[in-house]
Ligand binder design. Structure first.
Ligand SMILES: [Zn+2]
Length: 471
């Protein structure tokens, strides 16, 4: 009896010791059926999985022994650096837009991290060698390596990222398997995973330019928070991973923050110019207008409801770093083509059209263009639609008709993430009452603005400080 008790308390003690360390990585790694906690690459694969930098196959296997293709390498590096992975046309004659990694291949090519062959090909399905991997990582993480395979190998070895083979060589011409690629990539990102605990050097200091800035365990908001720093606080600058920088706070916390929240000088109170969203323009598009009243119900005109709601969205989003433009802010008629060309002319990063429904139904719905034939931003458009739709039905207590594909001019012909919101049915009494109410229109506008923030948050921007501005 006593022995059992002792054993139990020992087990409890051990498990509580381990609990802190395991919770995070277990959550991430348990999805891979072929990576147990004793696998030699468990820590590194778990780390990358947490940031959604690597993923398994559809059956939940990581396939650690499979060789890495050039397309996969581009995707993993691209996700690490938060490059734009939107599938699109590329500069290579053998990488079409529907290859899963086309966006990352093109982004990595534009950043000169990868290159193709003289015949204009990329050979996406060729295996990556250890030497090529070393060069890719050296370029991705800005290591000076002298442009040679051995220089790249040394750049990794000197940082504790890679070691030589047992025969003393680097094995530059040997193909690399997924487990090893994950190990090297994870170590390049997170210095705490490196061999021999080489540490990192900090050079120079910068100031935090937002109210509160989370320090994370990895280079995206998918990673956990290990501390935070406040406005005007100084941090020491370590190395960069894409648009994120490893910093050390005065309290000694070391981790990742988004570069644009750091400034060389202290910025003034509500200066949003340093925010990464400050370079983004969102176009708000109230439907119809002028001679085109849109749908009419119980004396209420769609053009008036959506203009008022659109202006409220503008006023709310204007409090954030986003630039907000409207296709119309008066009762004038704008053609569908005119709305699209306006959005393109202001280089819009996202587009939200606002309408009211008719036809005797009830509820709210949000459309996006879901085919790859025209507007290529299918995934982003769907994401934006989901985020706005969710906020809208919550705020208006309308029936959730969902987000759905719609082959609509302003969605199809645009070249940025675009959605069309149908607030509610103007010709159904209960819905019409809400559309006629200024307080409901304000609630709808707030919902759209919050949905926009949710969307940018989901795309990796730290919007946590902006929600309090939408009120
Ligand atoms: Zn309409």
């Amino acid at each position: 009896m006593k022995a059992v008790k002792l054993l139990l308390s020992l087990l409890l003690a051990v498990s509580s010791l381990l609990a802190f360390d395991l919770t995070r990585s277990e959550a991430a790694a348990k999805t891979f059926k072929d990576i147990s906690s004793t696998h030699r690459a468990y820590k590194e694969i778990s780390y990358l999985s947490e940031g959604e930098i690597v993923s398994g196959d559809s059956k939940g296997y990581f396939q650690p022994s499979r060789t890495v293709t050039r397309a996969e390498a581009a995707a993993m590096i691209g996700r690490s650096l938060n490059l734009d992975g939107t599938k699109r046309q590329t500069s290579f004659n053998d990488v079409s837009s529907n290859i899963f990694a086309s966006g990352y291949i093109q982004s990595a090519y534009e950043k000169k991290i990868i290159s193709g062959y003289k015949d204009g090909s990329f050979k996406p399905y060729d295996q990556v060698t250890r030497g090529e991997m070393a060069v890719m990582l050296s370029k991705a993480f800005n290591y000076s390596y002298g442009g040679t395979l051995s220089g790249a190998a040394n750049a990794l070895k000197s940082r504790g990222i890679a070691q030589g083979m047992t025969d003393g060589t680097f094995g530059a011409d040997k193909s690399i398997i997924r487990a090893d690629f994950a190990i090297f990539l994870a170590r390049a990102i997170d210095y705490t995973l490196r061999v021999g605990n080489p540490g990192i050097t900090f050079s120079g200091e910068m100031y935090v330019n937002v109210d509160s800035l989370n320090i994370r365990t990895g280079p995206s908001t998918k990673y956990g928070v290990k501390g935070s720093v406040k406005y005007k606080e100084k941090v020491a600058i370590g190395y960069k991973v894409g648009t994120w920088t490893v910093v050390k706070s005065a309290a000694g916390t070391i981790g990742f923050v988004l570069d644009s929240y750091l400034s060389k000088t202290v910025s003034s109170g509500d200066d949003h110019s340093q925010s990464p969203l400050a370079s983004k323009t969102i176009v708000i598009d109230p439907g119809h207008g002028g001679t085109d009243a849109g749908a009419i119900g119980y004396g209420l005109k769609e053009k008036d409801v959506v203009l008022d709601t659109g202006k409220r969205v503008r006023d709310l989003l204007a409090k954030t770093p986003l630039n907000v433009k409207m296709t119309r802010d008066t009762d004038t008629f704008v053609t569908l083509a005119g709305r699209v060309s306006f959005a393109k002319s202001v280089n819009a990063d996202s587009f939200v059209s606002i309408h009211a429904n008719a036809g005797g139904g009830t509820g709210s719905e949000t459309y996006y263009y879901g085919l790859a034939r025209a507007n290529p931003y299918t995934t982003e458009s769907k994401l934006l639609a989901e985020k706005i739709q969710k906020r809208l039905v919550d705020a208006m207590s309308t029936k959730d008709r969902g987000e759905k594909h719609g082959d609509l001019h302003v969605l199809r012909e645009n070249t940025m993430p675009a959605v069309l919101v149908e607030l509610a049915f103007i010709d159904t009494k209960a819905d019409n009452d809400k559309l006629a109410s200024p307080s409901y229109r304000q609630a709808a506008a707030k919902a759209i603005a919050l949905g926009v923030l949710d969307y940018y948050g989901a795309r990796g921007y730290d919007v946590s400080n902006l929600y309090s501005l939408i009120k």
